[in-house]
Ligand binder design. Structure first.
Ligand SMILES: [Zn+2]
Length: 84
């Protein structure tokens, strides 16, 4: 689970900005720049299912088959952001 965004599951090494930013401007080592900015989540997802759907939509728009996108996103409910 390390080195992957704890919100969307994207490997942080694939993040062009090397991660989101904390409130004090430092880099987040947990969340990617697509999910997290200035200490807040950019999206308004309330549960892992919404995030999963968002990611699948984004990947299929990029030309990825839906089942492949699903495999990439099935880790999302296990990530830190969604743990209660
Ligand atoms: Zn993310």
């Amino acid at each position: 689970m390390k080195n992957m965004c704890q919100s969307c599951g994207m490997p942080l090494s694939k993040d062009p900005k090397n991660g989101g930013t904390n409130k004090d401007g430092s880099k987040s080592d947990k969340y990617c720049s697509y999910c997290y900015k200035d200490g807040k989540f950019i999206d308004s997802c309330k549960n892992p299912q919404e995030m999963q759907k968002l990611c699948i939509d984004m990947m299929t728009k990029g030309g990825m088959p839906r089942w492949v996108a699903w495999i990439f996103t099935r880790v999302i409910p296990k990530l830190e952001r969604w743990k209660k």
